[in-house]
Design a protein around this ligand. Sequence first.
Ligand code: ATP
Length: 847
Amino acid sequence: MIQMQESFMWEQYQNETPVLQWYRRFALAYRRNSTKRRVQIVKAARFQETFTYESLRKAPMVLMRNAEFLKDSTEGSHYGFPISNKRKLGNYPFNCTRQAKSGFGGVVKCVLDRLKPGSINEWGGSDHSSEACVENVKRFLSAMDQMGLPKFRILDLEQGSMDTVVECLLSLKKHYNSNSGGENVHITSSMAKSGTQPRKRWKLLEVESSEGIDGSCGVSPGAQNTPVTREERRKSWTDSKFQRVLRSPVMSEPSAALIHHVGHKFQEVFQLKQGRYADIPAAKISEIMKSNSLDNAPTQSLLSVVNGILDESVERKNGEIPHRVACLLRKVVQEIERRIATQAEHLRTQNNLYKAREEKYQSRLRVLETLATGTSEETQVATNKFQHIKMEKTKMEEKKKLEEQDMVKLTKEKDHSDLEISTLKQELELAKQKYEQRCLQLETQAKGTTVELEVKLKELENQRCQQLARLTKEKDHSDLEISTLKQELELAKQKYEQRCLQLETQAMGTTVELEVKLKELEDQRCQQLARLTKEKDHSDLEISTLKQELELAKQKYEQHCLQLETQAMGTTVELEVKLKELEGILEDSRKNVQELKSFSESKAQIWNKKEHSYQNFVDLQFKSLQELRFTSQSIKQVVLHTQRLYSEEFSRLGVKLKGLADVAENYHMVLAENRKLYNEVQDLKGNIRVYCRIRPFLPGQNGKQTTIDFIGENGEMIIVNPLKQGKDSRRPFKFNKVYGPTATQEQVFLDTQPLVRSILDGYNVCIFAYGQTGSGKTYTMNGPDGASKEEWGVNFRALNDLFNISESRRNSFVYEIGVQIVEIYNEQVRDLLASDSSQKKYPFLFI
Ligand SMILES: Nc1ncnc2c1ncn2[C@@H]1O[C@H](COP(=O)(O)OP(=O)(O)OP(=O)(O)O)[C@@H](O)[C@H]1O
């Protein structure tokens, strides 16, 4: 930590916060091993109100490291002042004026001596008096004002705000940097004269401000004049620097071997000649500057060189540094600056690296989070399953409860039905009694009715007898009437006869009158007779009707009597039937009672059975619930196991798939290669190939002699012509191949098949047959009419082959196959598949 802090230079100083400034001071104090001073610094820092962990957290990375250190330093029992205790901090208001004034006083004094030599206020001979410091600061500010450089307020110092102060000092540094080296010499000399100890401008503030912390403005005059003390200080400073540099994790140091080799040389040249830098010959210095000694020298050596030169310059009293040494110093400082720049770059890259690592870790964290969410999802699924099982369990329990309730209900119902049965039995008993009473009543009623009927019958009998008696009386009366009427008629007849006789006698007396009168009388008598006969007829009729009526009445009475008798009989029968019915009903009721009894008994048995079965069912359910629980447990384990297996399988599958993908890729490559080679072979065989086929003799041509003399294996053929002599009699021919008369269709196709197949790779192929009429072109290309598969010609076989291949490559390729058949005859091209005659001739019109 300390080494880190010590490596901060002017450029970084402007970014420092009070905390960092404090730390810088602390680091220097630490380096000087002054516990008292450290405690003092820690106290000072603790009392700053802005100094909280929160501000530390927001600080840059280096500051954070400081903060860690600070934490360690302050929280430990070492100092016993926990800085986070704000309450305590409030009790100690920080008065930075004293520290600031006294610390900063030294800086101001030195700078003022350079700006305005001899204007330093040294009241009372004490450099450390507050008044002298304030006066010096004021003078410094006026000097800055005169130079037109930005300044700060004394109030800033009092409030401890170092920003404006640092800015002021930086502008001053820039101002001097822009000046030439000669001026440096002058300033250095003037500073040396004034008794101060300037080393290097950009180190000035660091050293002097650190020196000013404890109120001692730079090195005390007495100490300056003590060489041993100065030497010791220089040595200790060099050692500490050396240690720091060696331990620095960010310094871009050369390798250990190189340090050993070159560093040794460097030390030899410089360190061994401490105090004699001015004596080094210019040639040696220029050699060192030209060579890469500086590049390879350790930083510690470089710093010691700088220190040595500066110390030597102090020792020399006049403060002058030879030009060559100044150049060397510049070179060394440049090298140190370069290293610091590399260091800064290194820090930046490390920072980037840390950032990248942080991002990586964050992405890992995200992955872990997603995994965690995945796990939580799985857990969710498992919990859901568990909930489901729980629900099922509760359902089962509810079911069980319901069944128990059902059981209770059923037992209640059973009791209820038992009650009902008993009430029914009672009712049945009552009904039975009622029926018996009713039967008795009916029997009594029937008896009563029978008696009534008998009485009625008797009455009817009496009535009938009375009616009969009346009718007989009436008959007698009418008989009497008839007899009286007959007597009257006899009397009337007799009277008429007597009258007739009288009249005859009278007529006799009087003839004409009588005869007339007789006639009249006769007429009257005839009329009377007629009337009397009529009346007699009428009375006869009446008598006959009366007789008939009487007969009818008699019959009616008889019928009525018969009816009454039959009614009485029917009623008796009905009553008997009713009686029988009632007896039957009674019997049925008895039977019903018996049946009800048996039914209730059987129902009770059924209920008992049901109860038993429900009990069994409940037991079974309970068992199955137990089994279900056990099964769910085992399923859970199986699921977990399966998940494990699944992930393993998945990874294995991935590996296999990868292998398979590689193999597939290789396969495709090999396939492509094969195709290329195949087509190359086809090309090598020749783009145009001529095959000759010799047709066998047709039936009926067997007697003829062949002209084929020889057929070679490699397409040679000799034809003989017996009509010619000598050389012309035997003519050799050469083809790609010659098929003899016995060659099959398949053999012919086998040679053309590779060519046909190259169509699928995008090659154009044409196969045509040529020959005289009847030589077998159609036979070779198509085959004979109604050809079997063995007799298929080239066309059929080629198409069949193409279809088969396209089918087998269905998953990889899609081929479109079309067929066109044309005829070229007499230089006319005809489409043989066209149905329309207008489209048959070339050029074809495709629609
Ligand atoms: N290799 C063979 N084996 C058996 N019979 C064959 C063979 N070649 C041709 N033939 C028969 O020879 C006869 C003539 O053949 P084809 O019709 O194929 O001749 P072509 O050259 O097509 O004649 P054209 O030019 O007149 O159409 C047919 O009856 C055919 O069956």
